[in-house]
Design a protein. Structure first.
Length: 153
């Protein structure tokens, strides 16, 4: 049968379905700056780059658990004090199913994609789910056409 689910598709293809802009700050920026960037860009995490290298990631969860609950000031706390590091990341050739498994096992919601030591994008668990749902819808459409005899030979 000519139909396959695309769990084995590389995450490179998921990146092609979304804007490629990567939002980042340096490790000495304040947590307030990171939260402000997240709010402005409607994103849930900001990468931390130093001299072009990925050194950390800060998420809304980090903010809630490491600043708010500990009574710290977001304006006086540097990102490097609370960022998650080392960062879990994958290459563009990592399969969607492997990326989802990694994110589930590590309990992370944002996964940087790194190629030749350079961040080329970030996928969220929502991006991966959206991709798979669209693939499933396409497969259902193809199967329906096949069953009803309208599938092109």
């Amino acid at each position: 049968m000519p139909f396959t689910m695309r769990y084995e598709t590389p995450v490179r293809f998921v990146l092609e379905t979304k804007p490629r802009e990567v939002y980042w700050l340096g490790p000495d920026a304040s947590v307030y700056e990171a939260i402000e960037l997240m709010a402005t860009k409607s994103i849930g995490a900001v990468l931390v780059l130093e001299e072009g290298k990925l050194v950390g990631i800060i998420s809304e969860r980090d903010y809630a658990r490491k600043v708010i609950l500990k009574g710290k000031s977001s304006r006086e706390t540097a990102i490097k004090e609370i960022m998650s590091s080392p960062v879990v990341f994958v290459t563009p050739e990592c399969r969607v199913d492997e990326a989802m498994k990694l994110m589930t096992e590590r309990r992370i919601r944002h996964l940087p994609i790194v190629e030749d030591d350079r961040v080329i994008g970030v996928v969220s668990i929502g991006d991966l789910v959206k991709f798979l749902v669209s693939e499933q819808a396409a497969t259902i459409t193809q199967l329906h056409a096949y069953i009803t005899g309208r599938y092109p030979a």
